[in-house]
Design a protein around this ligand. Structure first.
Ligand SMILES: [Zn+2]
Length: 253
């Protein structure tokens, strides 16, 4: 017997199943990452087809299946239309979706929080006024998701001796932690991070998704990009695979 359930969900990826139907990978508020069949989504006049686009949020009714759940009803919640009008906004929105698909399998317990971070990020990116703000929102997204999954970095404290970081932190991707000047000495593969960036990253990690910080205006594109690249590398180290994405070295640092 099929079991019916309802949930809000954001489409992450869409694959063709046959001539008429698509398979959708979605992040749902009640069950985390789910794979569904969108029956008839490829037919020209399908209502479901319009709602099955990547990065659309819908309220869904589904029948639970063995491998795939089946969508029986879909009601649009947000198409994030401003995100689709700008190449950078769309690219970074898709980057976030990719990040979710890599990191957020088996996150049923944290699903509601992760869904809200994802949803608010898409909204924030859609409303961003320039590239810096888009990058800042994507950086904030990564920091919040990593924190939620237990991969958060305590930038202010040495992972080895627990001392407070003073002028510089020395970050190691291998050890997945940051070190004070003393503890970093024996480790050659470290990245030196000035206190200013530590404060910036810590603040972004700690504020709510819709809260502004002093850095929204203060930080320049270069600073935000350095931090973004840094967290991206750290994430890749954790996930054990490189996120396939094209344009992230565009900005010279
Ligand atoms: Zn130390």
């Amino acid at each position: 017997m099929d079991k019916q359930y309802t949930t809000d969900a954001i489409n992450i990826k869409s694959y063709p199943l046959n001539d008429f139907d698509n398979i959708l990978l979605m992040y749902s508020k009640s069950a985390g990452l789910i794979k569904c069949i969108a029956k008839g989504a490829k037919k020209p006049k399908s209502k479901l087809g319009a709602r099955a686009q990547v990065l659309f949020a819908n309220k869904l009714m589904l029948n639970k299946g063995k491998t795939f759940d089946k969508i029986t009803q879909a009601q649009g919640l947000n198409t994030f239309s401003k995100l689709r009008e700008d190449f950078d906004k769309l690219s970074y929105g898709l980057y976030c979706a990719d990040f979710i698909s890599i990191f957020c399998a088996d996150t049923e317990e944290e699903a509601e929080i992760i869904y809200d971070i994802f949803y608010k990020t898409l909204e924030n990116i859609a409303n961003s006024k320039d590239k810096k703000e888009i990058l800042l929102q994507t950086l904030k997204f990564q920091l919040h998701i990593l924190e939620e999954l237990g991969w958060g970095i305590d930038f202010r404290t040495c992972s080895c001796c627990g001392a407070e970081i003073e002028e510089y932190s020395y970050f190691s991707n291998e050890e997945k932690g940051n070190f004070c000047t003393c503890c970093a000495k024996s480790n050659i593969k470290v990245q030196k991070i000035p206190k200013k960036l530590i404060e910036f990253l810590s603040t972004l990690k700690e504020v709510a998704m819709d809260e502004k910080t002093q850095y929204d205006e203060l930080a320049d594109l270069n600073t935000v990009n350095i931090c973004f690249q840094f967290i991206k590398k750290y994430s890749e180290k954790i996930s054990g695979r490189v996120q396939k994405f094209s344009d992230f070295n565009l900005i010279a640092s």
